[in-house]
Design a binder for this molecule. Structure first.
Ligand code: GLU
Length: 494
């Protein structure tokens, strides 16, 4: 591999659904790789056996697929338990031999030491530190144990963890593409655990080994990991490896300034899908979040491909300050993307929300599209088109009353009779029939059109009346006129 080749990775832990924060990290890695013609790696960090699950792993794949974030190396999308790429496997649990080998290497270098402190002792230390208003860091009690002390601890049945002996006299600093120079004074770092008492390696250790072996050039991740980075820098140094470049992107907060959580609304990528967002809208919104463009209102052509977004994307322009997730703006963007869909695309997109629509697809397509301007969410479809899915839609009586149509009763009787007579129940024939009726009754067209619209949809706003009547068909239109006649009497409107 050429040393200047860009290789980035997204490394989720499959301990739950893919949060929008994680999705944004994935997106930024993906865009960065695309922009610099690099490689985007997906690595599954599943070493937390208690909390990791196959279900979460599959949900992460599905979320990324939905967003269009395809990876060049990583789990094989065709057969997710397998890996595809020159550095396979990409599941950490399948790489434990590699970690073991590298842990031995560090032990041999003398930078790790055994620690036999029990949970109770560590807990007591933490409480003590807090009482003294000191940060709760490991006391280094075991740093210089003699062989006899170790043997004694072992004889007591204690199991050792291996800690990294952090140099006490040096600060750890690194350059960050977003946060610039980041410095951790030596006294802010504790001797962190590298190997757990179970023999399993910790996140920081696996991460460094993998990022090195997978030849990762840039680590782009959320800045909740910033306190891990000095530990990782120390590990690189101990191995004698060159660290990658780092970019820590800001957190996503809710409107109240706390970290975005369920309390604020949807947070899982799949929740957004379920609620009726289009993937392009979510991608577009996430891209703008914390990423200042000169025209930050931009709607990118993400539905047509990645080019525009890739062109605009610059890691250097990511803001240091946290980004606030604005559901209203995302929903507004979603409406814009919905309006851009073709009739076929719209129908496909809203179909999951239209369960119970007993209408032929050809008719449905026209209907769904007729209200296209009004959608904010795909899930608005049943609400916008309830009269098309149920015979028990509600009537907005106040709208009909406000029209103050003279002789409404007669208009309705005539409408029913004319519809019954009409053989060709097509859009054009319906229009002609209604106009003829208005003329015959000496009324404005609107005073015939509106009552029919009201009868078939329960409201005065909606899709083109003639199309709607044609799509519903003669029988339904007549039965709806009959239903209205009954309900109108009950509502006292004549
Ligand atoms: N598995 C870590 C997480 O999900 C990855 C952190 C990293 O990118 O280094 O937060």
């Amino acid at each position: 591999m050429a040393s200047n080749q860009v290789r980035v990775r997204f490394a989720p832990s499959p301990t739950g659904f893919l949060h929008v924060g994680g999705a944004r990290t994935a997106l930024f890695n993906f865009l960065f790789a695309k922009k610099l013609k690099g490689t985007f790696v997906l690595r599954i960090e599943d070493t937390d056996e208690m909390r990791s699950s196959d279900q979460s792993t599959l949900q992460i794949f599905e979320s990324m697929k939905w967003l269009g974030l395809s990876w060049d190396e990583g789990p094989d999308p065709e057969d997710p338990a397998k890996s595809k790429g020159p550095h396979a496997p990409y599941f950490q649990m399948q790489r434990v031999d590699l970690y073991r080998k590298h842990a031995e290497e560090l032990k041999a270098k003398g930078v790790l030491y055994e620690c036999y402190c029990s949970e109770e002792e560590l807990d007591a230390d933490r409480k003590h530190a807090m009482l003294e208003k000191r940060p709760p860091r490991y006391s280094k009690r075991c740093r210089h144990l003699t062989d006899e002390q170790k043997a004694k601890a072992q004889a007591q049945g204690r199991k050792a963890v291996y800690r990294f002996a952090v140099p006490t006299d040096q600060e750890v600093a690194f350059d960050d593409i977003v946060r610039e120079r980041v410095v951790f004074p030596a006294d802010q770092l504790e001797d962190f655990i590298v190997i757990k008492s179970s023999g399993g390696p910790t996140y920081n250790f696996c991460c460094v080994v993998d990022d090195h072996l997978m030849e990762i050039s840039h680590v782009i991740r959320g800045d909740d990991h910033i306190s891990n980075t000095p530990k990782q820098v120390l590990l690189y140094k101990a191995f004698g490896w060159q660290p990658p470049k780092f970019a820590h992107i800001s957190m996503i907060l809710g409107a109240d300034g706390s970290r975005l959580s369920k309390r604020h609304g949807a947070t899982g990528v799949m929740d957004f899908r379920e609620q009726g967002y289009l993937p392009y809208a979510v991608v577009n919104y996430l891209a703008l979040l914390g990423f200042a463009t000169t025209d930050s209102q931009d709607i990118f052509d993400t539905d047509k491909g990645w080019d525009m977004l890739v062109e605009k994307f610059e890691l250097e322009r990511c803001q240091k300050s946290p980004a606030v997730f604005d559901y209203t703006k995302l929903t507004w963007m979603n409406g814009i993307y919905i309006r851009r869909l073709s009739k076929d695309q719209l129908l496909d997109a809203v179909r999951p929300y239209l369960t119970g629509a007993a209408a032929p697809v050809s008719q449905l397509k026209e209907f769904v599209a007729l209200e296209q301007e009004k959608y904010q969410l795909l899930s608005d479809a049943p609400k916008l088109l309830d009269f098309f899915f149920t015979e028990t839609y509600a009537y907005r009586w106040e709208e009909l009353k406000a029209l103050k149509i003279e002789g409404l009763e007669q208009v309705y009787q005539e409408l029913e009779a004319e519809c019954a007579k009409l053989v060709d129940f097509s859009c054009a024939a319906i229009e002609q029939m209604l106009k003829g009726l208005a003329k015959r009754l000496g009324k404005k067209n609107a005073h015939v059109f509106h009552p029919l619209r009201f009868a078939v949809s329960g409201r005065l706003q909606g899709p083109s009346l003639f199309h709607m009547a044609e799509a519903l068909g003669k029988d339904k239109v007549i039965s709806r006129l009959k239903r209205l006649a009954l309900e109108r009497v009950a509502a006292g409107i004549s």
